[in-house]
Ligand binder design. Structure first.
Ligand SMILES: Nc1ncnc2c1ncn2[C@@H]1O[C@H](COP(=O)(O)OP(=O)(O)OP(=O)(O)O)[C@@H](O)[C@H]1O
Ligand SMILES: [Mg+2]
Length: 617
C-alpha cells in the first residue's frame, strides 16, 4: 500500500522527484490507486463473473417473452405453463446472482475506503511540521472524509456501469439478429442521450470541484469555532463567527444550487430522450407486423430491450459525473500524499559514542517557509547535565530554537548536533526520544489523567487498577500526585477535551510528567512552567535533574524565578546568541540583557496563575 505514497516516502535515501498530482492523473488516477485496489481483485473478479451470468439472463429474458407471446399466446402452438415457469426461475436466479454481485462490489469498495483512509492517516502522521503550517485542518479532514467517500462511490458504481455496457452490446447483438431496421430505430435517440450526458458532465465537473472546496471551508469554520469556543465567547465574537459561517455556507449553497439548476435543466431531457425510441419502435415495429414482416412478440421484446439499452446511456452521464468527482477527489488525496515529509531518517543512521545529552548548534540559520532568516548564525553549546536558560525578547525565536533541537524542522544551514552527531544523521525516533520539548500550552487528549500522563509510555498503562510505581514517581516529581488524588475518579478521571477540566498549571504538570516518563537525556521546557507556582516550580526542577543524573535542561523562560534556576543564561537577540554567563554576570555586564528583562520578563510579584499549585506543600 505504501507504493501509493509515491516513490520516495518511507524509503530514506536520495529524494526522487515527487509524483505531482497532475502527472499521476495523466497516467490515470486509477492506476495510482492500484496498490489499494490490488488486494481486492479476487473478490472483484468473482463478483464480476457472477454479474456476467446475471446480465446474460437479463438479455435473454425479453427474447423469451417475445417467443412466449408468439408461440403460446398469439398462436397456441405451445403450452404457456413451461414458459411461465422458465421465466419465473430465471427471474429468481437473476435476483439472487445480482444481489451477490452487488454485495461483493460494495464490500470491496468499502474495504478500499478503509485502506485509503488508513493510508492517508498514516501519511498525515508522518508529515513534517512545515506541512502542517501550510495545510488547514478543515482541508485535511474533508480529504479524509468526503474525498475518500467519493472515490469509494465511484469504485462501487464503475463495475455496475461496465456490466450495463456489456448488456448493451449483447442486447444489440440479439436485436440485430431479429431485425436490423428495428434495432436502428430503437437506438436512434441514444446518441442524443449521450450528448446530453456529456453536456451535463462538462457543466457539473468544475462545480463538483468548487463544492468540495467549499464544503471544506464550512468544516474549517465550524472546526475552528468549536475548538476556539472559549476565545470566541470571551471576545463576544459569536456574531462574527456566525457571519463567517454564514458566508461559507452561502458560498456552498450557491455552488449546490447552481448544480441543482444545471441538473434540473438537463436531467429530464436525459430521462425522456430514450422514450422517443420506444415510440419509434411501436411505429415502425407496428408497421412491420402489419406488413407481416415481423412477429408481434418482437415488438414486446424490443420495448424491453430499449429499457435495457437506456441503462448505460442514462447512467453513463451519472457515471461520468461520478468519475469526474472521484478524479477530483483522488487528485486532492494525491496532493496530500505527494506532500513529502521533510524530516526523514538518514540512509545510514549514526550512533553517538555516548548518549549523554550534549547539545551543540553550529552557525544555525533558520526561517519558516519562504520567510526571512529568524536565526542568523546561532552558535551554542549546552554541556551534558547543564541547565541553561535561553532569554530573548518575545518573538526573538526561542521556541523556534527549541523546535530545531528535537528536529521538528531542519536548519537552512549550519547544524544541530546531539552528542556530537548531526540530528540529520540520527533516526528521527531516536532524536525524539532523546530530546523532548514541553510547550507552554500542552495538548492533552480527551482521556483519563493516567492515559495522558503515560501517553509516551503506553507500556506502563496498567490493565487493572494498580498504578505502576514509575508513573507514581513521575507524578510525584512534577507535583501532580496531589491533584490526581483529589480528582473525583483519581487516576481514571477524564480531563475533557484538550484538558478543559484542568487548570493551566495542572495541564502543564501533566505535560511535564508525560515528558519525564519518556526519560529523555535533554528536556527543553519552553515556558512549560509559566502557570506553576514559583516554589513548586523550583521543586519540580530539582526533581527533573535528580531523577536522571546528568539530565540536560534547557529552560525558555519569561519569569525571573525560572531564569535564576539555570546555572547559565544565554541571550538570544536579533537571531544570534549575543551573551552567555550567569544571571548575575549578564545583569551586571550586558545592558541589552537588562533591557530585555525589563520589557519581556515578568517579575514574580503577581499571584501565580495556578491557584492550587501553592496549596500543595
Ligand atoms: N510555524 C510558524 N510559521 C511561520 N512563522 C512562525 C511559526 N512559528 C513562529 N513563527 C514566527 O517566528 C518568530 C519567532 O517565533 P518564536 O515562537 O520562536 O518566538 P519566541 O521567542 O518563542 O517568542 P515568545 O517569547 O513570545 O514565546 C515570530 O515572529 C513568529 O511569528
Ligand atoms: Mg515561545
Amino acid at each position: 500500500m505504501t507504493d501509493l505514497l509515491g516513490p520516495s516516502t518511507g524509503s530514506p535515501g536520495p529524494a526522487l522527484p515527487p509524483v505531482r498530482a497532475s502527472e499521476g492523473l495523466r497516467l490515470g488516477w486509477i492506476r495510482r490507486l492500484w496498490p489499494v485496489l490490488a488486494p481486492q481483485r479476487g473478490v472483484v473478479v468473482t463478483s464480476f463473473l457472477v454479474g456476467l451470468v446475471s446480465l446474460s439472463i437479463s438479455v435473454a429474458v425479453p427474447t423469451i417473452v417475445g417467443v412466449t407471446i408468439d408461440d403460446a399466446i398469439a398462436s397456441t402452438a405451445q403450452p404457456l405453463g413451461p414458459f411461465l415457469i422458465a421465466l419465473a426461475v430465471l427471474a429468481v436466479a437473476r435476483g439472487v446472482l445480482s444481489a451477490g454481485y452487488r454485495y461483493g462490489l460494495y464490500r470491496t469498495a468499502y474495504r478500499v475506503e478503509v485502506d485509503l483512509r488508513t493510508t492517508l492517516f498514516r501519511h498525515y502522521a508522518g508529515l513534517s511540521f512545515s506541512s502542517f503550517d501550510r495545510l488547514q485542518t478543515g482541508q485535511l479532514l474533508s480529504r479524509a472524509q468526503s474525498d475518500v467517500r467519493s472515490v469509494q462511490l465511484y469504485l462501487a458504481v464503475a463495475p455496475l456501469i461496465l456490466t450495463a455496457i456489456i448488456s448493451f452490446v449483447l442486447a444489440i447483438g440479439v436485436m440485430l439478429a431479429t431485425s436490423a431496421l428495428l434495432t436502428l430505430v430503437a437506438v436512434i435517440a441514444l446518441p442524443g442521450v449521450y450528448a446530453v450526458g456529456v453536456a451535463l458532465r462538462n457543466r457539473l465537473f468544475p462545480l463538483s470541484w468548487i463544492i468540495q472546496g467549499r464544503q471544506a471551508e464550512v468544516t474549517g469554520v465550524v472546526e475552528e469555532s468549536v475548538a476556539g469556543v472559549r476565545v470566541v465567547q470571551s471576545c463576544a465574537a459569536e456574531d462574527r463567527q456566525l457571519r463567517a459561517m454564514a458566508t461559507a455556507a452561502r458560498r456552498l449553497r450557491w455552488a449546490n444550487v447552481e448544480q441543482g439548476r444545471i441538473r434540473a435543466r438537463l436531467a429530464p431531457l436525459l430521462e425522456n430522450l430514450p422514450r422517443i425510441g420506444s415510440v419509434l419502435v411501436l411505429l415502425v415495429g407496428g408497421w412491420l407486423v402489419i406488413d407481416g414482416r415481423l412477429e408481434i412478440g418482437a415488438i414486446v421484446a424490443f420495448n424491453a430491450y430499449i429499457v435495457l439499452l437506456q441503462v448505460p446511456f442514462r447512467f453513463l452521464g451519472f457515471f461520468l459525473i461520478l468519475g469526474q468527482r472521484a478524479r477530483a477527489s483522488a487528485e486532492r488525496i494525491f496532493e496530500i500524499l505527494d506532500e513529502q515529509p521533510e524530516i526523514t531518517d538518514p540512509e545510514v543512521p549514526l550512533e553517538p559514542v555516548a548518549r549523554d545529552g550534549r547539545i551543540e548548534l553550529r552557525d544555525v540559520r533558520f526561517g519558516y517557509g519562504d520567510g526571512p532568516d529568524l536565526l542568523r548564525g546561532v552558535d551554542l553549546v549546552v554541556e551534558a547535565g547543564e541547565t541553561v536558560a535561553i532569554v530573548g525578547a518575545t518573538g526573538s525565536g526561542k521556541s523556534t530554537l527549541a523546535r530545531l533541537l528535537c528536529r521538528y524542522y531542519d536548519p537552512r544551514s549550519g547544524a544541530v548536533l546531539l552528542d556530537g552527531v548531526d540530528l540529520r544523521d540520527q533516526t528521527v525516533e531516536q532524536v525524539r526520544r532523546s530530546v523532548v520539548v514541553v510547550p507552554d500550552e500542552p495538548f492533552l487528549f480527551a482521556a483519563s489523567l493516567l492515559e495522558n500522563l503515560a501517553y509516551g509510555r503506553p507500556d506502563l498503562v496498567p490493565g487493572d487498577d494498580t498504578v505502576p510505581d514509575e508513573i507514581l514517581r513521575a507524578a510525584e516529581a512534577v507535583d501532580a500526585a496531589g491533584f490526581v488524588e483529589a480528582a473525583a475518579e483519581g487516576w481514571s478521571t477524564p480531563v475533557g477535551e484538550r484538558g478543559a477540566t484542568l487548570s493551566g498549571g495542572q495541564r502543564q504538570r501533566l505535560a511535564l510528567g508525560r515528558a519525564l516518563l519518556v526519560d529523555p537525556e535533554v528536556l527543553v521546557l519552553d515556558d512549560a512552567t509559566s502557570a506553576i507556582d514559583v516554589q513548586v516550580e523550583a521543586r519540580i526542577h530539582r526533581a527533573l535533574t535528580t531523577i536522571r543524573a546528568n539530565r540536560t535542561l534547557v529552560l525558555i523562560a519569561h519569569r525571573l524565578s525560572t531564569i535564576t534556576l539555570a546555572s547559565r543564561v544565554v541571550l538570544l537577540d536579533d537571531g544570534v546568541i549575543v551573551a552567555s554567563g550567569t544571571h548575575a554576570e549578564l545583569l551586571a555586564g550586558v545592558p541589552r540583557y537588562r533591557e530585555i528583562l525589563a520589557s519581556s520578563v515578568a517579575e514574580d510579584h503577581e499571584p501565580a496563575v495556578d491557584a492550587d499549585g501553592g496549596a500543595t506543600p
